[in-house]
Unconditional design. Structure first.
Lengths: 190, 568
């Protein structure tokens, strides 16, 4: 049996996890990039989109944007704490990040409910098809981010052994945040 | 995050053969699933051809096939061959097996992600298999799943079949996304000492380019698949003009992925051939760096050619010329690759072992497919040819040569390393020559059928008076198909018999230079002994002047220098 197993040829400063997460994010960018490009092309070529968009609740979405931005701040703080090996602060900041995710999803659920009650369902028209699909796919990513942050919280929040895991979870959370930064003006403001 | 950690070293039957994190076992699991699907996909093709030659007669074992079942056969044959045969074998099996061995690593950088990837693929396989048995049958909207047919269940009569088809493909994509991230990260961080990027064997370059291509092209189709599923189940209108949607949107999203996907499948097989040609010509590969450059250029161009699949779709005709230009442009890097292969053969000491036969078969047959591609890529010609059997002939000359000629070159070349056994040469020769002949009997006449006006996806050519005089060609192609299927029997016997009772293989039976041949056959868990190899030279040092052997392994140390400083 091999007693000693080395990792050869690992250039200093390249963490495998970071390389992998960036490749993963590149593929995710293509998912949302394709979707957003499609939305823009359809919207430029169609009519009636702005009127449909006026039925959305801009106030709630603005609050949601601020919630997500704040949670991006707390996830950075969690990484700073992880580099200090301060498990208690990691725990606190990741919990706040996850809380931000849940608030976002809660407000989104309120929005969906009022819209569906007002008669705007996915089958109402092309704007609503895009609206439900884009925000729905984003919401799935928020749920995914909550799961990832929760998994990191469960280990690194107890004692910090792998601070880079907090960073990787944060990278993904930032991505989810950035997607929303594109969706918010495209769907609500334009 | 771990490579080769202590948990790697604990073994039981379950962790050795089933839930293994060893890249070589995972490669074999992909291979086994791909071989299973070849049988399914091949038999579906046999049933299709039977219906086309002798319409509405009883197919052996299946009974009579109506147009609905025929649509299902067409759809599932295409889906299975591209996503469940080509990808698991060319990328899943060979990518997993070769990348760590050829760069001198002990395993993939994320072994557990690797295991998750193969089991996600198994789940995708199960979903796809289950879709045959749900009420309404399997998907029947074509392997490209064009709406409106695919978007409304009433148009096909297939409800769960298409939903499961979308789900199965989504799982398959997830599996290969995990695999692709793993391949790329492994090659970036785990190369052995001395294995610079300019010494990495070409097949690894091809696998990595394919992985990057898949990662970057599949996203828009994932978005499209979610749209299609929502159109089918939630009543959204992405592909319904009455709600403001557009069926053409799917074609754009599908082919934005679909054309790079062709190269995702092609590049690994091209890589096998690029490995085999120098070994059996005893010559260095011609233009190593230019081959890498041409590959990357072709990959990049593949993102801007997709609308050549849509010349007659009704898209804005002003798009036709730009996409014709990019399509013709992409033949430049591919022509370079083909010339590099031919130049490698030039004045080589060619050995006609079985892997070499398949590699040469790939080269000749692929040129045939490439030439018809020029017709199809040019919009004025394609307007006549699109959607006919000329296209069917074209993409079988490219894809069959890739997946089967290229794939078999890989299987025959690396089988001794994978299983530690030698394949039978006579059976291999029989397999090759029969496949070569009956492949051409099947597909060459289809060029004529297409030019004569036979369109794709019709279940009964005899319904069209203009096609009746050409029916003998359909019969000929069907005999070709049945013989082509039978020609795989020597292969099945060969791998089963050799795997169980073949002669043990030497570590380096072909006198090849790349690192995998420096490992035992088959390589043990973690591949190398106490230390990983150190790389001293490029991947193709054959027939180096002044050397006693006509090959220098990548890990063989350079000759000691004399006091004057000159070698030897």
């Amino acid at each position: 049996m091999i007693a000693h197993v080395e990792i050869p040829g690992l250039p200093a400063g390249i963490a495998p996890g970071k390389v992998a997460v960036w490749w993963f994010l590149a593929s995710e960018i293509m998912v949302f990039g394709g979707l957003i490009a499609t939305y823009i092309v359809f919207r430029l070529g169609g009519s009636g989109w702005a009127e449909a968009s006026h039925h959305l609740n801009v106030t709630l979405a603005t609050v949601n944007t601020l919630v997500l931005l704040t949670s991006s701040y707390t996830v950075v703080q969690a990484f700073v704490a992880a580099e200090r090996r301060d498990a208690r602060a990691v725990r606190g900041h990741l919990a706040l990040t996850i809380l931000g995710g849940f608030i976002f999803l809660g407000l989104k659920a309120v929005e969906y409910t009022t819209e569906i009650r007002a008669g705007f369902t996915p089958g109402t028209g092309i704007f609503w098809s895009f609206y439900y699909m884009m925000t729905g796919l984003h919401a799935l990513h928020v749920i995914g981010g909550i799961v990832v942050n929760g998994a990191v919280l469960a280990t690194e929040g107890v004692s910090v052994r792998h601070p880079h895991r907090v960073e990787l979870a944060g990278l993904y959370w930032h991505f989810v945040d950035v997607v929303w930064i594109f969706l918010f003006p495209l769907l609500y403001l334009a | 995050m771990t490579t080769a950690t202590a948990e790697h070293l604990r073994h039981s039957v379950w962790t050795t053969y089933v839930f293994s994190t060893d890249h070589k076992t995972i490669a074999k699991q992909y291979l086994a699933q791909g071989l299973f699907w070849i049988v399914v996909g091949g038999l579906l093709a046999g049933a299709m051809r039977w219906q086309l030659a002798w319409p509405d007669t009883k197919v052996p074992l299946l009974g009579e096939i109506g147009p609905e079942v025929y649509n299902m056969l067409v759809t599932m044959h295409g889906t299975i061959m591209v996503f469940f045969v080509a990808m698991p074998i060319l990328l899943g099996a060979f990518g997993n097996f070769l990348i760590p061995l050829m760069i001198g690593a002990r395993d993939m950088v994320f072994p557990r992600l690797n295991m998750l990837s193969v089991w996600t693929f198994a789940l995708a396989s199960l979903v796809m298999l289950a879709s045959f048995f749900v009420p309404g049958g399997a998907a029947s909207a074509g392997w490209t799943g064009y709406p409106p047919v695919s978007a409304k269940p009433v148009y096909t009569g297939v409800t769960w079949g298409i939903n499961l088809w979308i789900l199965g493909l989504a799982l398959e994509f997830a599996s290969f996304l995990m695999g692709g991230v793993n391949y790329l990260t492994t090659a970036i961080v785990l190369r052995a000492p001395g294995m610079t990027l300019a010494r990495v064997p070409l097949v690894v370059w091809q696998q990595l380019t394919a992985a990057a291509l898949f990662l970057l092209s599949v996203g828009p189709l994932i978005a499209g698949a979610v749209m299609l599923l929502m159109d089918r189940t939630l009543g959204t209108g992405f592909f319904s003009p009455e709600l403001g949607g557009d069926p053409l949107l799917w074609q754009h999203l599908f082919w934005f992925f679909g054309h790079p996907e062709v190269y995702v499948v092609l590049l690994p097989a091209l890589g096998f051939v690029l490995e085999v040609l120098p070994v059996f010509s005893r010559k260095p590969i011609f233009g190593y760096r230019w081959i890498i450059g041409a590959t990357v250029v072709a990959a990049a161009l593949s993102f801007i050619v997709w609308a050549h699949h849509m010349f007659i779709s009704g898209m804005d005709p002003r798009l036709a010329m730009p996409f014709s230009v990019t399509t013709i442009l992409i033949s430049v890097p591919f022509a370079y690759l083909i010339f590099a292969m031919i130049a490698t053969l030039w004045r080589g000491s060619i050995r006609f072992d079985v892997p070499m036969l398949w590699a040469l078969g790939f080269l000749t047959m692929f040129i045939g497919g490439g030439l018809t591609g020029i017709f199809n890529g040019s919009a004025p010609a394609d307007i006549y040819l699109s959607g006919t059997y000329f296209i069917v002939a074209h993409f079988h000359y490219t894809l069959f040569s890739t997946v089967f000629f290229g794939g078999f070159a890989g299987v025959y070349y690396w089988f001794p390393k994978m299983f530690g056994r030698v394949l039978h040469g006579g059976l291999g020769h029989a397999h090759f020559w029969l496949t070569l002949v009956f492949f051409n009997v099947t597909f060459f006449p289809m060029h004529h059928l297409g030019l004569a006006g036979m369109v794709r996806r019709i279940a009964n050519p005899l319904q069209y008076d203009a096609l009746v005089p050409h029916q003998w060609i359909n019969v000929l192609a069907t005999y070709g198909t049945l013989c082509l299927l039978a020609a795989q029997i020597p292969f099945a016997i060969n791998i089963l018999w050799s795997w169980l009772a073949g002669a043990p293989a030497a570590n380096n039976p072909w006198n090849a230079t790349t690192l995998e041949w420096a490992a035992p056959s088959p390589p043990p868990h973690l591949n190398w002994g106490a230390r990983v190899p150190t790389v001293h030279r490029g991947a193709y040092e054959y027939s180096v002047p002044g050397e006693p052997l006509d090959w220098l392994s990548q890990d063989s140390a350079p000759p000691a220098r004399t006091e004057t400083g000159s070698p030897r």
